[in-house]
Design a protein around this ligand. Structure first.
Ligand code: PLP
Length: 402
């Protein structure tokens, strides 16, 4: 038999950097190394009990069969109610898609809409998966660098300059992974004003971290700031981050009926529907007691403050304070060009991250994975003790550089 040759779409993408980093940490731990893991992209809290009970009740009641592709009526109404509370906009039953995670919604949205040559504008730093998802679906990622000089946010000018007749999508992610920045209503309105001149551009707004917000009030969704864009915006969200339900795999998208119908047609051939049990659990999470979310946010905020203060006190490192999500994006320019105790020169954030793993047993993710270096991302979805120990170890490792 001839050797397996992957399809060209596989050859043109990389494996998710965060999934790889998590795998590497697992391997090192299995080898007996004690690793301070600051890579984790999921809450360290357990799924709330009332959500688990709803799943158990669904199993007991025999809700263990295929559901409609578009989800159970309970889940659909929970999602639409949640979105209406957040945005003031009422969406219809034909404007919703559900899937095995927000990740699957985004992938299928691109599969449903991109043809060869279609461009997708992606502000950098970006969530690792966007460019590869675009490439896997024959599109062309158009990366727009958004450094700390613009607060890691896409400006109206940069957006206008990036749009071409081939632009199909703009991706917005607020709060952002990896920077934690949140777009204000005024910033969203300014981007919407540019989009008004380019009616062929759709927007995928990834709001998976919308509940993890350290500012006053709620974060503003693009469709709330600019409801006139509603017919070309796909709002993507899910229960993974807010309700500590990453393993349940349940995400959703809400947007224009034509696009959603195309996504659902693909879903009918990809997975038929997400797990019926996870759907019951997600409906309970969205409609039930929300105290859990507030408690998690309070804990994240305390950890964020410790992480930001600690990182900024390390010579050569600096970071801004994230307004949402559970990541800090740390500039490590001061370490570049230095030499480690064993004589290797640090040329890039990747070298720095490898050095931290070797010398300090601290695992973080290099900024190059997110399209903007020299930075690294730490996650504070872990205990205060782990964060403090990690920062001490990073400090010691940085002090050893010459
Ligand atoms: N979008 C962003 C920005 C994320 O960081 C993640 C997960 O890390 C996802 C989407 C995927 O979420 P889900 O677990 O719902 O697939």
């Amino acid at each position: 038999m001839s050797e397996y040759q992957p399809a060209s779409r596989v050859a043109r993408i990389r494996e998710s950097a965060s999934v790889l980093a998590a795998g590497r940490v697992r391997e090192l731990k299995a080898e007996g190394r004690s690793i301070i893991d600051l890579t984790v992209g999921e809450p360290d809290f357990d799924t709330p009990d009332h959500v688990k009970q709803a799943a158990i009740a669904a199993i007991t009641a025999g809700e263990t069969k295929y559901t409609a592709v578009t989800g159970t009526p309970q889940l659909r109404s929970a999602i639409l109610g949640h979105l209406e509370r957040r945005t003031g906009l009422r969406y219809g039953q034909n404007e919703i898609t559900v899937a095995g995670g927000a990740k699957q919604v985004i992938f299928t949205a691109f599969m449903a809409s991109l043809d060869k040559g279609d461009e997708v504008v992606i502000p950098a730093p970006y969530w690792v998966s966007y460019p590869d998802m675009v490439l896997a679906n024959d599109g062309t990622p158009v990366i727009v660098p958004c450094g700390d000089e613009v607060g890691f946010k896409l400006t109206p000018e940069a957006l206008a300059a990036a749009i071409t007749p081939a632009t199909k999508w703009l991706i917005l992610n607020t709060p952002s992974n990896p920077t934690g920045v949140v777009y204000s209503p005024a910033e969203l309105k300014a981007l919407a004003a540019v989009l008004a001149d380019h009616p062929h551009v759709h927007v995928l707004t990834d709001e998976i971290y919308d509940e993890i917000n350290f500012g006053a009030g709620q974060i503003t969704s693009l469709v709330a700031a600019a409801p006139q864009l509603r017919d070309r915006v796909l709002v993507v969200n899910g229960v993974s981050k807010a309700y500590a339900m990453t393993g349940w795999r349940l995400g959703y998208g809400v947007g224009p009926a034509g696009l959603v119908a195309a996504i659902n047609k693909l879903q009918s051939q990809i997975s038929s529907c997400p797990s019926s049990i996870s759907q019951a659990a997600a409906a309970a999470a969205l409609t039930g007691e929300q105290r859990f979310v507030a408690e998690c946010v309070a804990a994240y905020k305390e950890r964020r403050d410790v992480a930001v203060a600690g990182l900024n006190s390390i010579e050569g490192l600096s970071c801004t304070t994230p307004d949402g999500a559970f990541y800090v994006y740390v500039k490590c320019e001061g370490a570049i060009g230095k030499t480690t105790p064993d004589g290797s020169r640090i040329e890039s954030d990747q070298d720095f991250v490898l050095y931290l793993l070797d010398a300090a047993s601290v695992a973080v993710i290099p900024g190059s994975a997110y399209g903007l270096g020299p930075y690294f991302r730490i996650s504070f979805a872990t205990s205060l003790e782990t964060i403090k120990t990690g920062l001490e170890a990073i400090d010691k490792a940085v002090r050893s550089l010459k």
